[in-house]
Design a protein around this ligand. Structure first.
Ligand code: SF4
Length: 217
């Protein structure tokens, strides 16, 4: 399928997280370059400081690679993995990935939420790693989300369902990125309450205005 010329070649993996949370948020951040740093964003940035320092270390028999840059031209994804963990030292990275011994770990502020955006981001990292390492699709079958708030890791299966949902979101995000106007606000108040962009998005006001205009039709 031919795509418009100005459809972005790459979507940043972290912006894909924003899209999965709310397409309007993605549009503000990715297309319009808006960023609101409130106390929650700042806290997240501070918590991330250690994992944002590139390097590697060994913990037991695991090799940990921090802040790993990944570029996957076929998928149109680019970005960073907070951590790539390799179990054992029996081979190079593609060999370890093929053996199911390499996986991404993403660090998040707060506690395990019920939204799927973090799963989407982790899956996108796995997909991009598979392409970048030149290993078969499906080689990376799991990843982990570490939540600072609960200080624990949760295993996430990178199964076929999550892969397909993530691929669909990548395609959607690339289309939404070139719209002339942002998508409408979502109607999930809890998400909006936790969203740093709420003061400039004005979701309730926009939706009220829209429903008023409809009533006047
Ligand atoms: S305030 Fe709500 S509708 Fe607006 S960008 Fe944030 S999550 Fe989306």
């Amino acid at each position: 399928m031919n795509e418009p010329q100005d459809t972005p070649e790459y979507i940043s993996i972290s912006y894909l997280n924003a899209y999965a949370y709310c397409p309007r948020r993605f549009y503000y951040e990715f297309t319009l370059g808006e960023m609101v740093v409130n106390e929650h964003v700042l806290e997240g940035q501070q918590l991330h400081e250690r994992v944002d320092q590139a390097g590697y270390s060994t913990v037991g028999d695991k090799l940990q690679l921090r802040r790993v840059y990944v570029c996957a031209p076929t998928l149109g994804l680019v970005g960073y993995c907070d951590l790539v963990e390799v179990e054992g030292e029996a081979g190079d990275l593609p060999t370890m990935a093929r053996a199911g011994l390499l996986y991404p770990v993403e660090y998040k502020k707060g506690k395990m939420g019920q939204w799927v955006n973090d799963h989407t981001q982790l899956c996108a990292q796995a997909l991009a790693l598979e392409e970048a390492l030149g290993v078969p699709v499906g080689s990376i079958g799991l990843g982990y989300l570490f939540y600072f708030g609960s200080a624990r890791r949760d295993e996430v299966l990178i199964d076929e369902g999550l892969r397909q949902r993530t691929l669909a979101l990548i395609a959607e995000a690339r289309q939404v990125a070139v719209q002339n106007a942002p998508p409408l606000p979502i109607t999930n108040r809890r998400k909006c309450r936790d969203c740093s962009l709420e003061p400039i998005c004005l979701p309730r006001e926009v939706l009220a205005l829209r429903s008023g205009l409809r009533a006047a039709d």
